[in-house]
Design a protein around this ligand. Sequence first.
Ligand code: CA
Length: 305
Amino acid sequence: MKVIAHRGASAYLPEHTLPAKALAHAMGADYLEQDVVATRDEELIVLHDIHLDRVTNVADHFPKRARDDGRYYVIDFDLAELRQLRVHERVNADGAPVYPGRYPLSGEPFTLHTLAEELSFVRGLNKSTGRNAGVYPEIKRPAFHRSEGIDITTLFLNVLRAQGYTKASDPIFVQCFDAAEIRRIHNDFDCELKLVQLIGDNAWQESDTDYDELRSAAGIASMAEYVDGFGPWINQLVELDGDGKPVSTGLAERIHAAGCEAHPYTLRRDDLPPAFSRFDQALRFLRDELQVEAVFTDFPDLIRA
Ligand code: CA
């Protein structure tokens, strides 16, 4: 089972910073994840959110640049402005850390970087260490970017091509929650890269994709011709039987029956899926019962161990 470092070794260093990626690489992750959003000047940066305010000090630097909803949007800033910001551990709307046990909010000098810079960084680590980690970039919110006048997918695929990722055999998976965009990549771009359809929950409003329908056998089959794998939420794969024992919901089996891999997200020691009481119990269930091919985790070291 492959280990995908979710936003880097994000249990130990602020997510998506280059030190978090270096640590995940050293911990033996097979793939390093990059969430990708576009700036106003059509550069691509590695950040989980279209917003800046939960993981940077943007409000200190640019106090007048929030939209009417009070949020600061990456797409309202140029790359040169974003490079002035400091990145910190993720906080809630009230400023309290999402994971209180993780890296402290202490003003450390972490900064934002571009997708191209990170891909180059990973190649450098692979050369200097002699171990080859792959990359696992996600196109974030393509419909939102389009509504703001930016075709993020074209920019994204151009960067990957320029960085040497062109073939199905290259060590990369491209992921997206938006099924229409996955079909567009498959149909409209000359893209041979391996694709992964993420499966969200309709309540999250991540895209217009109907995830209830997508999880059905017909839904999985309808996307299987476009993708190599599916990235379901762990809680969509497991439920408790009458005795309180974790059992499969059948989704992992449907994915495998369609000839695709299952790469569930996200296994965390400090935020276990409700069906499990221990990290190793959850890991063994995914690996031995469901036989998933890969798992996203904030703790690449624990899975390796
Ligand atoms: Ca992601």
